[in-house]
Write a protein that binds this ligand. Structure first.
Ligand SMILES: O=C(O)[C@H](O)[C@@H](O)[C@H](O)[C@H](O)COP(=O)(O)O
Ligand code: SF4
Length: 606
């Protein structure tokens, strides 16, 4: 079934806009592919170094270019609960490769930051930049030029976007993403948030808070809210980088291991040495990117992907804009209610029918391009399945359920939770911004209130503790953009603003910084561009200015006479404390050259 005409039109517009970048990109990919097995251009010395620790049989096979060599890029560390399971994956992948008559080697590792550990801490100011650093680090591993296909082991926020940028930069190679799966359900996310608010109000102590947090984040796997990490899994599946059904199977289960082995064998099957060659740079095209945006809207995905997906697409010469994302938001309905967009978690989503049911419903209505290439073959309809462990220990796939197993978590296309998507773009005399509407009650989609201006989140928290945050207001937290301090997530503000909102105050947030994909119920216009340090209008706002945030009309304005507002001298901020400490001194060049949020806030692309 072809896609909805409006979706087709937006896709065609992206194709046209991208031509100056996409055509040279594809020329480079095809030129690289034409060189054949890249290992064959290495000299004997290079090759000897490259397979020094392989077995004699593997050396003979690799030297003769007779068998494919699978590169592994891993982001394993013990800091991220979602990445800790990757410790054992290389051995499993090597075993699968051997069974498939190939070889597998870890090409390199990449850093991975846990935004939960750094949330509200100085380290968070490295978080966004770590995405591009991950792409660069993966490039270092791949530059050994020993490989015929790559498997990427990554899950969380900046890691999958960084790895995708690398995979598309090395677009002449097939790329299969292998996830680790979600943590099993613990203390529900809304109960965790409730205890946080009680702690912030001094009603419970640190012991009770740590107990609640530890019952929520309690073991291996991705945190169970629908934040950036789980949005990543959705994207990798709907864009065709995952094997069908791979996203939300828990770690440490036989099915998880079977999916990992299957993905490894599939990667070896789609190299140039086989009959289904699927280089990543050809597999991913404008339709794949549009499918990713559609998935974001349909699931209420992370606001961070209004930057990451733009940078990911750009790595393949595809120019995606906030306008494209906004127009798709007006077309695509919201079909999932997973925290913060509801009370369920990703395990409930998966049990209700998961990605297979979601893709089936969206394809049925023409909201997705079915005619796309994936690591599994041609056509997205192959992903309308549920994975099962067969008696033979392999993955078997059954058709996705005809109806959702839990319509309160996963809705049918006929009865969506919202007729528009979860992400909305705003524009007005304050520039451009993003808001996640799927997590905000409709009565809070339009807010008009006076500004209270802060230059960092600590100032706002101090004002809360001093009882100064009375009445209705829009908190303007500025000098939080990529060039100012690396554009940290300000997710800790959700607790304080949530308390005030629960008390009946009308509050909202306006910032050139970011929020977590897990941020929710308080209306927040984020990623304001141009940022304050670039002299953006946000720098001219003064305490008491009336601001109007309209997520229905898609506008963000300060209600001050235009000439008077323009005549104001922009505020400045002392950011010297953000230049040193916790490694921030290492990222001065990134702050200096980072692009604007609406172009992905990247240091990699002009
Ligand atoms: O974008 C995201 O999804 C967030 O960065 C998320 O990965 C982060 O870890 C949150 O901070 C977790 O939520 P809490 O901070 O509420 O635990
Ligand atoms: S989802 Fe966020 S908090 Fe959880 S492991 Fe990943 S980065 Fe850390």
């Amino acid at each position: 079934m072809s896609a909805d005409a409006r979706i087709e039109a937006i896709t065609a517009r992206i194709v046209e806009r991208s031509k100056p970048f996409r055509e040279p990109y594809l020329d480079r990919v095809r030129a690289a592919v034409s060189k054949g097995v890249h290992r064959s251009v290495l000299g004997c010395g290079n090759l000897a170094h490259g397979f020094a620790v392989c077995s004699p049989a593997e050396k003979t096979a690799l030297a003769g270019d007779r068998v494919p060599n699978l590169g592994i890029i891993t982001s394993y560390n013990d800091m991220l609960s979602a990445h800790q399971p990757f410790e054992t994956y290389p051995a499993l992948i090597r075993q699968a490769a051997h069974e498939a008559g190939g070889v597998a080697q870890v090409a390199g590792g990449v850093p991975a930051m846990c935004d939960g550990v750094t949330q509200g801490q100085p380290g968070m100011e490295l978080s966004l930049f770590s995405r591009d650093l991950i792409a660069m680090a993966a490039g270092v591993g791949l530059s050994h030029n020993m490989f015929d296909a790559i498997v990427y082991l990554g899950v969380c926020d900046k890691i999958v976007p960084g790895l995708t940028i690398a995979a598309l930069t090395f677009g002449h190679l097939p790329a299969v993403f292998i996830p680790a799966g979600p943590m099993t359900s613990g203390l529900p996310n809304d109960e965790k948030a409730r205890v946080r608010q009680l702690f912030a109000e001094g009603k419970v102590g640190r012991d009770e808070l740590l107990d609640a947090e530890s019952k929520s984040y309690h073991g291996p796997g991705t945190c169970t809210f629908y934040g950036t990490a789980n949005s990543n899994q959705m994207l990798m599946e709907i864009m065709g980088f995952h094997m069908p059904g791979a996203s939300f199977v828990n770690p440490g289960t036989p099915l998880r291991d079977a999916l990992t082995k299957e993905a490894s064998k599939r990667a070896l099957a789609i190299t140039a040495q086989g009959n289904e060659f699927t280089p990543a740079g050809e597999m991913i095209d404008e339709r794949s990117i549009v499918n990713g945006v559609v998935g974001l809207h349909a699931t209420g995905g992370s606001t961070n992907h209004t930057m990451h997906l733009i940078a990911m697409a750009r790595a393949a010469g595809i120019v995606l804009t906030w306008q494209d994302i906004s127009e798709l938001s007006d077309i695509v309905p919201l079909l999932a209610r997973v925290y913060p967009n509801g009370l369920a978690d990703v395990n409930h989503f998966h049990a209700a029918g998961g990605m297979g049911f979601l893709i089936k419903e969206l394809l049925k209505a023409g909201y997705l391009h079915d005619d796309v290439r994936t690591v599994y073959g041609q056509g997205l309809h192959a992903y309308t399945i549920e994975p099962r462990l067969g008696g033979d220990g392999n993955v078997h796939r059954e058709p996705a359920p005809h109806v959702s197993h839990d319509p309160k978590v996963l809705a049918s296309i006929e009865h969506p939770f919202q007729h528009t998507g979860g992400l909305k773009m705003l524009s007005g005399n304050l520039g451009k911004a993003v808001i996640k509407t799927s997590a905000v009650k409709p009565e809070r989609h339009v807010i008009e209130a006076p500004a209270k201006v802060f230059h960092d989140q600590a100032e706002l928290n101090a004002a809360f503790k001093a009882g100064e945050l009375e009445g209705d207001f829009i908190a303007v937290v500025r000098f939080q953009g990529p060039k100012a301090n690396g554009m940290p997530e300000l997710h800790k503000l959700t607790t304080v603003l949530g308390i005030l909102q629960d008390r009946g105050q009308t509050v909202a947030l306006l910032t050139d910084g970011r929020m977590s994909g897990a941020s929710g119920k308080v209306p927040a216009a984020i990623h304001v561009t141009p940022e304050a340090i670039d002299g953006g209008p946000i720098a001219r706002i003064r305490d008491g200015d009336l601001i109007r945030l309209d997520a229905v009309g898609g506008t963000i304005d300060v209600l001050v006479e235009a000439a008077a507002f323009a005549a104001r001298t922009p505020a400045t901020a002392d950011l010297s404390a953000n230049e040193f400490g916790m490694g921030r001194e290492l990222f001065a060049s990134f702050r200096a050259i980072a692009g604007p949020a609406d172009q992905g806030a990247s240091v990699l692309f002009a």
